[in-house]
Design a binder for this molecule. Sequence first.
Ligand code: ATP
Ligand code: MG
Length: 557
Amino acid sequence: MSDNAAPATNFIREMVVKDLENNKHGGRVETRFPPEPNGYLHIGHAKAICLDFGIAAEFGGACHLRMDDTNPTKEDMEYVEAIKNDIHWLGFDWGEHLYFASDYFEKMYECAVELIKRRLAYVCDLTPEEWEKYRGNLYEPGLESPGRSRSVEENLDLFARMRAGEFADGEKVLRARIDMASPNIHMRDPVIYRIRRAHHFRQGDQWCIYPMYDFAHCLEDAIEQVTHSLCTLEFEIHRPLYDWVLEALEWPDRPEQTEFARLNLTYTVMSKRKLLQLVKEHHVDNWDDPRMPTLSGLRRRGYTPEAIRKFCEMIGITKFNSVTDVALLEYCVREDLNKRSGRYLAVMEPLKVTLENYPAGKIEYLEAVNNPEDPEAGTRQVPFGRELYIDRADFMEEPPKGFFRLAPGKEVRLRYGYFIKCNEVVKDADGRIIELKCTYDPETRGGNAPDGRKVKGTIHWVAAAAARKAEVRLYDRLFNVENPGADGVDFLTQLNPDSKRVAECLIEPALAACPVGSHVQFERQAYFYVDPDSTADRMVFNRTVTLKDSWARQNKR
Ligand code: ATP
Ligand code: MG
């Protein structure tokens, strides 16, 4: 990653530096990114990915991609492939370190047997009603399950029979034998295995018992010899159990878990459950709908990996939960697109302009700079003729003070072209303006008048003879409240009904030649992305982000 020479420091990076100084883990740095393949990755995952892969890369270690597929019911190979694709797109690579937690099921089973042998785990057969009673609460310790006093032999036998399928789902569980009086509920003899007859997408029907997250995750890290296991703050309270399991097994060179605050964004939901619901109930078109905060959605919207990485760097890593303004992400996207996007002319709501003193049938070509931010991008020739289209919004019959665009009797500059002056407004029977009759000043080719007279406005246009029709998908925020789902409100009632508008526009010919995946700027309007739905006859452009930058304005330095 070469976005920036020196990565911004944070408490995790400093911890790793210290560990290396102390030669902890023999000077190794090994991290992992452990998604559960039950949904697509989102911008929150990008934060974790940049951290996990970034730390490993900076300190010469490896970052594993581990599919945390220990929960058989919701996982799917489609998600596995999408996750791999999105991480590569973001700019990271796990090399040979692709792992599946389900590949460790046998090893995890052996570890559970080992805990039983050490009298540190037992089979418990409390009913759900009894569980309620035995669990205790924040103020009172829990009660010991009768299973707690079983002999090692009996526990080994019962656990083997759980695996062999002799008991019904939920009839028995395996529990760690820790402390029923612990103030941390997670340490009150937590369940580490449960019976569940569910088909696993990789293991098939081989197993009817599955390890619980807290037992599985630390073992996955330990088996892979991870050194620094970085996760989000909600796991802080699970850390004592993480450590307990590995200590109980006397695992050598144990991995250590460190927590950081997850990313929350305004106007965005990030929970996979909610994202799945948006897709399944067709509130959006799919996982890669450009309104989704998924990496595939942001990609299709026209966000770039560079912009997302920059955003992750700017938000930093802390221990405090907070909500980041989505405008900051949009700012990063604009900054990046400004450097890489070609500028083009496109008209959203066409209003015909006829240049009465321009020869009929003549077409000339005007030179346009492709990207003023990138000298390498060169120039192109834009066709110009007697009949043009401009945007309706750039004309006013009765302009208020301060309106510097076109108006009756007023002069304006056409981008890359000439000064034109409006002489007559043509209306249809309903009084709607359908055409402007104008004259152009041939002396002003290139945008300056030899007599030094000035015009304040420059507007975009396309030549009628050369314009092509295209579809534009105008995306806006998916939710119209800052914190969807807050205060018990159903987040689906807060969907923005105008989050997607489809319209037709007219584009200059060069735009029609941009391949799928191009980032372009429609001058004076917005950045757009050429959607894969485009065909040779009909281009489709997704609006990535408008040119107006609310974040930079709010945060003027
Ligand atoms: P959800 O709770 O919505 O199901 P998850 O956190 O369970 O999401 P995982 O697939 O388990 O999703 O996440 C993989 C990794 O990404 C975890 O280490 C998790 O901590 C991290 N992660 C998930 N969401 C965020 C977020 N919003 N910000 C930072 N890291 C995140
Ligand atoms: Mg999770």
